[in-house]
Design a protein around this ligand. Structure first.
Ligand code: PEP
Ligand code: MG
Length: 893
């Protein structure tokens, strides 16, 4: 139908379209369901899809406006039902072999579970007997009838579900069975009578016997369900306009449980849904309805059994699968029913598949000429790819899940429980696999991350310290699990079970599952097909992909997975570890005493500088000539110099009996106490720290330059980018940039070398976005720190939100997904776009990147591609995801 006719139909009708009159393009008028059924009918032909028709969304809108069916609708419905009767050779609700209909709602947008369905319309006291006769199954006929009365009562007349449920419970009790499917025909007859009584009691009318009246009322009820409370709330939360209306699809019911050896139901895939191998796969259940297959009451057979039992049906099904795949250009997941030897396809959709199958399909589809590379990449759920890089629980393993926390860093791991970083190191040193379990983690625990196979916490979520560090290091992590951890007693309670240090545990950071069972792990498969598909993505995408890497190992991994440089090297992560932390403490204490030039400070800085130089050398080597963005120290001072961090030092001094030493340490503790801030994340960190302790950044710049010069002398000069964090004011950047360049120049002069050093800034505060035009004049690059930008724009702490507020907001639908996981396009995203455009306005050479967690999230990458940014940067294991998502983004703008 042309779009002109569609517009006309909206205003005046026609109100009804047969499945053979519509197409996928008519979603607005026919709803998703109606348009899909019409499309499938046109692909497979009307004999293969149970016939039916769709009443348009326009009819619903009219009904909402006037409270009545629009003129002409009833006549059109009658004509459509007559057509169905002719096609099926059966009469709607007839006493012998009745035609039965289903009525379903279908809006033009997906509104899962919000609107209503009524099945088995056309059954009544006489046609139920007819159905029992032709199916040879009285139990089935009466079960269908009692379901009709129940659904009709609830959906059409608003009867409370409880009344029916109570009657069902009573019937089960009377027959001594536990499941409805075990009720006898006699019990179902009595139950149906009971349901009919309930209906009459509640409505003051008897249940409508006339099939046309049942249909009329059901259609009206679906229209009305558009305005039920659930649907209205769902639309409000998801920004769906009320004026869309819902369509109603009316379809002939087919039954796979009509007795005999020539009926059944099943689910089939056009290719193996777990491996992607190009062979159809599926289930078949003789003499069964679709829901029996899903419910798993009986063991299903496979397609080979179908081929044996009904070779012609199997041949048709295989052909249909291939045809649907060619038409939809994607792997299909099909529901089918065989009624007395005739195959019907009830539904087809793109098959959900794990990463391995997605890669296999994309690869084969291009080789077979089914899809272009761009199209093939479009069929991959980029986010799922990370699973290919980590071990997973064996999909066929059976285990008891103790609890499920936040899937914070993918991959599965198992090992003995340890409760401290030290224990992790010690036991791992003895060759044991361990899982580090903590309420939450901090800098002190990082050494334990290296030693542990996985990390499990009872607090925090995807953007907690544990999650970020674990993802960076490629360690599986489950965060925020419902555990009661007793660090002193070295036990953890979970769901009534108490586990001790040393007990075995397994976690799956891709699903959040925690179990004490010994689950088999499966190793990842980064195979040739995967490499090839990634290389197609590289050929298509324009946005660069870098890695966030803080250590030489991370850098090497990022490179191996295809990173084109480092977009964020968080230098504070180089300050972790007991020896380094002590030096950092010395430095801050000396600085707080305002002892610039003091011996303590100089000594601490010199040692730290040396350590950093060595780290940078290895990182530059791993990146051989690619850009490396090194961020000068950012985190709040208290992460290194909290009063608690002196505990050991104080203990030692007290035990030593050296009173002068004790005074010295106490003085350090007092300074640390003075340095404590109420809101450290909004306090002395980033650029502010750089301005407060100028020698700190100077030391870091000097270490960078020395390392870079050394590497340049060996051969390939690194492309060094020095990044200043947490800038709000242009004046901060002007000052810190001047000092950085001075320090760089001084270091180069000493070394007799020259090297280009870019200096840029993170944009991670709303003010910086607003004045980005001015800041850009003094920056070679911007890198959007969307973690802090999200935290400060929404005013929601990234470290605390996941405890209570995120679940609450997600539960109430205020957030569709966590804004720390996927960019809040309307708010934070708008600031990024504004800043990018203003920055480029003043400085056309400005390079624009993003290095927050969103840099590895496909939906966010799609948004960044729309600006577009020059590159995204993410943790090493998400680099392949970003490569594919950046290629997908090309097609969507
Ligand atoms: C950010 O804020 O987005 C960022 C990358 O920095 P960090 O997570 O280290 O604060
Ligand atoms: Mg930040």
């Amino acid at each position: 139908m042309s779009s002109e006719t569609a517009v006309q139909a909206r205003a005046t009708g026609p109100w009804v379209f047969g499945f053979d009159q519509g197409s996928a393009e008519m979603r607005e008028l026919l709803g998703n369901k109606g348009a899909n059924l019409a499309e499938m009918t046109s692909v497979l032909g009307p004999d293969r899809v149970p016939g039916g028709f769709t009443i348009t969304t326009a009819a619903c809108v009219e009904y909402m406006r006037t409270g009545e069916f629009p003129a002409g609708l009833e006549g059109e419905i009658d004509a459509a039902v007559e057509q169905l009767e002719r096609d099926a050779g059966k009469r709607f609700g007839a006493e012998d072999d009745p035609l039965l209909l289903s009525v379903r709602s279908g809006a033009p947008v997906s509104m899962p579970g919000m609107l209503d369905t009524v099945l088995n319309l056309g059954l009544n006291q006489s046609s139920v007997e007819g159905l029992a006769r032709v199916s040879g199954d009285g139990r089935f006929a009466w079960d269908s009838y009692r379901r009709l009365v129940q659904m009709f009562g609830e959906v059409v007349r608003g009867l409370p579900a409880m009344g029916f449920e109570d009657a069902l419970t009573e019937a089960r009790r009377a027959e001594g069975v536990t499941d409805d499917s075990e009720l006898s025909e006699g019990a179902l007859r009595t139950l149906t009578d009971r349901f009919l009584g309930l209906y009459a009691e509640h409505t003051g009318e008897s249940f409508p016997e006339a099939p046309r009246e049942q249909l009329r009322q059901a259609v009206g009820a679906v229209f009305q369900s558009w305005n039920n409370d659930r649907a209205v709330t769902y639309r409000r939360l998801n920004g769906i306009p009320d004026e869309l209306g819902t369509a109603v699809t009316v379809q002939r019911m087919v039954f796979g449980n009509r007795g005999g050896a020539d009926s059944g139901s099943g689910v089939a895939f056009s290719r193996d849904p777990t491996t992607g191998e190009p062979e159809p796969e599926g289930d078949f259940l003789m003499n069964a309805q679709g829901e029996d297959v899903v419910a798993g009451v009986r063991n299903t057979e496979d397609l080979a059994d179908l081929a044996r039992r009904m070779p012609e049906v199997h041949r048709q099904l295989s052909e249909d699968l291939a045809q649907l795949e060619r038409h939809y250009r994607d792997m299909q997941d099909v529901e089918y029913t065989v009624e007395e030897g005739r195959l019907y396809i009830l539904q087809t959709r793109n098959a959900k598949r794990p990463a391995q199958a997605a890669i296999r399909f994309a690869h084969d589809a291009v080789s077979d000429g089914l899809l272009s590379r761009e199209q093939a990449l479009g069929t991959i759920d980029a986010a799922s790819l990370e699973a290919l890089l980590h071990p997973t629980f064996d999909p066929s393993a059976e285990y008891t899940e103790l609890t499920r926390g936040v899937a914070a860093s993918p991959g599965a791991a198992k090992g003995a429980i340890v409760f401290s970083a030290k224990e992790a190191k010690d036991r791992a040193g003895e060759g044991e696999d361990v899982i580090l379990v903590r309420p939450f983690t901090s800098a002190d625990d990082v050494a334990g991350f290296q030693s542990a196979r996985g990390i499990l916490t009872s607090q925090g979520g995807k953007s907690s310290h544990a999650a970020i560090v674990a993802r960076g290091m490629g360690r599986p992590c489950v965060a925020g699990a419902a555990l009661e951890i007793d660090l002193e007693g070295r036990t953890m309670g979970v769901n009534g079970t108490t586990l001790k240090a040393g007990d075995s545990i397994a976690i799956d950071g891709s699903t959040g599952a925690v179990t004490a069972d010994d689950v088999e792990l499966v190793e990842p498969g980064f195979d040739e097909r995967f490499r090839e598909v990634l290389s197609w993505a590289d050929g298509i995408r324009r946005m660069g992909v870098r890695g966030n890497a803080d250590t030489p190992d991370d850098a090497a991994r990022a490179r191996e997975l295809g990173a084109e440089g480092i977009g964020l090297c968080r230098t504070e992560h180089m300050f972790f570890g007991p020896d380094r932390e002590e030096l950092v403490r010395d430095m801050f204490i000396a600085a707080a005493r305002h002892e610039a030039g003091a011996e303590d400070l100089e000594r601490a800085l010199a040692s730290l500088g040396e350590l950093q130089r060595a780290d940078f050398i290895e990182i530059f080597q791993a990146m051989s000539g690619l850009p490396v963005t090194i961020r000068l120290l950012d985190p709040p001072m208290h992460e290194f110099v909290s009063a608690a961090s002196f505990a050991q030092e104080l203990e030692k001094a007290e035990a030593s009996g050296d009173s002068a030493e004790l005074v010295r340490v106490r003085e350090r503790v007092a300074i640390a106490e003075e340095l404590e801030e109420v809101n450290p994340m909004l306090g002395t960190r980033g650029a502010r720290l750089g301005l407060l302790v100028p020698t700190l950044y100077e030391m870091q710049v000097r270490a960078i330059v020395r390392a870079a010069v050394e590497i340049a002398e060996e051969g390939e000069a690194p492309a060094v980018e020095i990044m200043i964090p947490l800038i709000a004011y242009d004046a901060e950047l002007v000052e810190l940039r001047r000092r950085a360049l001075d320090a760089a120049e001084k270091a180069m002069k000493e070394l007799g070398a020259s090297l280009e050093c870019k200096v840029g800034t993170m944009i991670e505060l709303p003010r910086a976005c607003v004045v980005a035009g001015e800041i850009a004049a003094d920056a070679d690059f911007f890198s959007f720190g969307t973690n802090d930008l999200t935290q400060t724009t929404i005013g929601l702490s990234r470290d605390d939100a996941e405890r209570e507020l995120l679940p609450l907001y997600l539960g109430q639908g205020i957030f569709a997904r966590s804004p720390f996981e996927t960019i809040d396009v309307a708010g934070v995203g708008r600031l990024v776009k504004l800043a990018a455009e203003a920055g480029r306005g003043t400085n056309p050479d400005l390079t624009l990147g993003i290095c927050g967690e969103h840099g590895g999230d496909p939906a966010s990458i799609d948004f960044f591609g729309s600006i577009p940014l020059d590159y995204v940067s993410c943790s090493p294991y998400r680099v392949p995801i970003a490569r594919v998502a950046a290629a997908q983004a090309e097609g969507s703008h």
